[in-house]
Design a protein around this ligand. Structure first.
Ligand SMILES: NC(=O)C1=CN([C@@H]2O[C@H](COP(=O)(O)OP(=O)(O)OC[C@H]3O[C@@H](n4cnc5c(N)ncnc54)[C@H](O)[C@@H]3O)[C@@H](O)[C@H]2O)C=CC1
Ligand SMILES: O=C1[C@@H](O)[C@H](O)[C@@H](O)[C@H](O)[C@H]1O
Length: 356
């Protein structure tokens, strides 16, 4: 008779929107893990999230959680610039780590993280690029790989949010939002991004003062496939993420039919998801379940810290392109280490896409 392994004793660090959602996910929707600690200096948030996971304890810092409870794993859902201070001690303890995107806020920090991780026997960090687990993106990737419609020439990507949180800056358009396309475009195309250019059309007057958006971000991959990303984060009507892929002999579209379409009373309509939590709810569930299952096997099963590092290099070029108005080349300083699953030539970016 086979017995299930003991649940992964997990801390969730950062009990805001994503952290609380992950607490609920682990407790109610997936198996093989339990939240034993919720960490947030904002006591009310920590307690509200911990209430979703009966038996969990709250802590004001990750250090206190490490000292106060036995852990196997950690989910990091603090703002990006606070990921590294949790990732490094978690690596030292050998915990399974799911870091929300981005891996970190700078290339330098991402490099420190991958250097620290490579002191261990194997990758411990999975990055929360959940689109890789979305059924639509997976089908699109398969279509590209099949070659059924010829070569992939271009992608039209729309990334629309109803509004932005406080302190959302112009660079956040790239580092916080387009970072998802920066990860998913190489995943679909199967090759790295080699340049970034940013075009700024007329400003949406409904965006917060000083935020020049929408913007169009052009991501070019190694063989010349062009992804044109409309990043448009104060569009009011809802949350919408779509991709239209242009092939040599056809087009394919994903992301437009998340909800039922109803024809009635002389109209055809469907509702729009209000936020990423609904649009990508199923993808987050699959992402976290696969991360938990892999952690029980001593593995990761999704985008690695190497993928997080690659994304940070492209994001850097993107922020530069916002300011320069020029096409900025993307230069990856490192070859992909064998530690991350393949000593391929060049950036190794394509080979890093084998998972998820
Ligand atoms: N995969 C996805 O689609 C999404 C990912 N995210 C990512 O999730 C992370 C969190 O984002 P949100 O939940 O939107 O932010 P949030 O602002 O709602 O929550 C962040 C929480 O971290 C807490 N915090 C701050 N310093 C801390 C510390 N030293 N230790 C523990 N907690 C601390 C804050 O008090 C706050 O409760 C970010 O990395 C963000 O990029 C966010 C939204 C969607
Ligand atoms: O990661 C996310 C947010 O942080 C970001 O602000 C949004 O633009 C993205 O759509 C969402 O998935």
């Amino acid at each position: 008779m086979s017995t299930s392994p003991a649940p992964l004793r997990t801390a969730v660090v950062g009990a805001g929107m994503m952290g609380a959602d992950h607490v609920s996910r682990i407790t109610k929707r997936i198996s093989g893990a339990e939240v034993v600690a919720v960490v947030d200096p904002d006591t009310a948030r920590a307690q509200a999230a911990a209430a979703l996971a009966p038996g969990s304890q709250t802590f004001a810092s990750f250090e206190e959680a490490l000292a106060g409870v036995e852990l196997d794993a950690v989910i990091i859902a603090t703002p990006g610039f606070l990921h590294e201070p949790v990732i490094l001690p978690a690596l030292e303890k050998g915990l399974a780590i799911l870091s929300e995107k981005p891996l970190s806020d700078t290339v330098e920090s991402s490099l420190r993280i991958i250097e620290a991780e490579q002191k261990l026997d194997r990758p411990h960090i999975q990055v929360g690029f959940m689109r890789r687990f979305d059924a639509g993106y997976q089908q699109l990737r398969q279509l590209v790989e099949s070659g059924e419609q010829g070569a992939l020439l271009a992608l039209h990507c729309a990334h629309r949010n109803p509004s932005t949180p406080p302190n959302y800056s112009e660079s956040a358009l790239i580092t916080d939002s387009v970072i998802h396309e920066i990860d998913i475009v190489p995943f679909i195309v199967g090759e790295p991004i080699v340049s970034v250019e940013v075009k700024k059309p007329r400003r949406n007057s409904l965006a917060p003062e000083g935020l020049p958006e929408p913007q169009f971000v052009l991501l070019e991959t190694a063989s010349g496939t062009l992804a044109i990303v409309e990043i448009n984060v104060n569009i009011q009507f809802g949350y919408q993420v779509t991709t239209d892929a242009v092939f040599e002999s056809g087009v394919a579209s994903i992301g437009r039919a998340e909800t039922i379409q109803v024809a009635a009373a002389g109209q055809i309509g469907q509702s729009v998801t209000p936020s990423f939590k609904e649009r990508f709810g199923a993808a987050y569930d699959v992402e976290i379940q696969r991360w938990v299952d892999a952690a029980h096997r001593g593995e990761i099963d999704g985008p690695s810290a190497w993928d997080g590092y690659l994304a940070s290099v492209v994001a850097d070029a993107g922020v530069l392109a916002q300011q320069s108005g020029r096409r900025e080349p993307v230069t990856y300083a490192l070859e992909k280490p064998a530690f991350y699953g393949g000593a391929t030539a060049g950036t190794g970016a394509a080979a890093s896409l084998a998972t998820a």
